[in-house]
Design a protein around this ligand. Structure first.
Ligand code: ATP
Ligand code: FE
Length: 335
């Protein structure tokens, strides 16, 4: 089975070709235009998708060494995400599928982030049921995954996502967008115990990052009034300390979720799962509690066509799959 996967939910245009679960090509065009604004500008994102979609898909087919006529199906991100961005990828995918006379398969972006674990990458795949901490630019979720189609959100954020906590802290420190990778890089030479920030108390398995953001901003602004060069002088320690706090908040909840469900197969996914400190902390905590862990390769953490293609591959084998061309993109879509 050959499947083309198309991702366009935010600011990356990506297309991948898989043969069953084996990856043949995964091509992504990023959008530097947003750097000027310190965040994604939706109108500019959809225009850039329009510019990138044809070359990205052509390049994916060329690298996979197949022609469009060889494809069995086209999977596309239906949502959630920016509507204007989703419309570009979904319209393209549905038109191309109709022209080829093959099914167009709508994929849920957050399920796809989790299913990235099943892209053949020489790494062990998690057995069902497993727990997945999905941490991305727009979501923070602990999910019990019972099979490739059954995702129960057992904990999620009440306000900001973990990725936003990284990006907003970075912006406050004057680091370029997206700030997550910048904080990760700077933190490597910093002392994570130098500064402490208050972790909010929230019920159950929920997360909250907006209080931390305010706490961090107030602290940095206060110190900057005393020493105008405070940020510059303490950049690495500030990055290491805020990163440590965010990761600790994530790990505390994950430990509770594992205890509550009794599940010892624990995975991470989404853009923030590329964070090197989160990756090492997960392994350390897993050691302590006897978990097996599953961490995607870097290229399948942030948005990519391969995760859409693998989700489409599972859906292709689902008898109840939806391949209607009238299924339209949607900015919001429940798990
Ligand atoms: P969603 O998947 O919720 O719709 P999205 O698709 O925009 O959101 P992803 O592409 O999955 O998000 O992830 C992007 C986020 O990951 C950004 O917030 C970015 O800062 C963060 N990120 C990427 N790499 C790292 C890293 N090394 N450390 C911390 N954060 C990172
Ligand atoms: Fe994403």
């Amino acid at each position: 089975i050959l499947i083309l996967g198309i991702e366009s939910s935010c600011d990356d245009t990506s297309a991948a070709v898989i043969k069953n679960d084996k990856i043949l090509a995964n091509i992504t065009a990023g959008q530097d235009v947003h750097k000027l604004y310190g965040g994604v500008v939706p109108e500019l994102a959809s225009r850039a998708h329009q510019k990138h979609i044809v070359p990205v898909v052509s390049q994916a087919l060329a690298q996979a060494n197949i022609s469009a006529g060889d494809l069995d199906a086209i999977a596309y991100t239906r949502g959630p995400g920016l509507l204007g961005s989703l419309l570009v990828g979904s319209s393209f995918a549905k038109s191309m599928a109709q022209a080829l006379g093959i099914p167009a398969i709508p994929v849920h972006h957050m399920k796809a982030h989790v299913l990235a674990h099943f892209i053949d990458s020489h790494l062990p795949v998690p057995p069902f049921p497993f727990l997945n901490l999905t941490v991305s630019g727009g979501h923070t979720q602990i999910i019990k995954v019972s099979d490739p189609f059954t995702f129960d959100v057992i904990g999620q954020t009440l306000d900001d996502a973990a990725g936003e906590a990284f990006d907003k802290s970075a912006k406050l420190l004057g680091l370029p967008y997206p700030g997550g990778p910048e904080i990760d890089r700077q933190a490597k030479s910093g002392d994570k115990n130098r500064f402490t920030f208050t972790k909010p108390k929230v019920e159950g398995l929920s997360f909250s990052f907006s209080g931390l953001k305010t706490n961090f901003r107030n602290f940095v602004e206060k110190e900057t009034r005393r020493n105008a060069d405070f940020k510059r002088d303490n950049m690495a320690d500030l990055c290491a300390s805020i990163q440590h706090t965010i990761v600790e908040m994530l790990m505390e909840r994950l430990v509770e979720a594992a205890a509550l469900t009794g599940i010892k197969h624990v995975a991470i996914a989404g853009g923030v799962s590329a964070n090197s400190y989160l990756r090492t902390q997960l392994v350390a905590v897993a050691d302590k509690y006897g978990w097996q862990t599953y961490i995607p390769p870097f290229e399948y953490c942030t948005d990519n066509g391969a995760m859409i293609a693998i989700a489409g591959y599972f859906e292709f084998q689902n008898k109840e799959r939806d391949t209607s061309l009238s299924t339209s993109a949607t900015a919001r879509w429940e798990m």
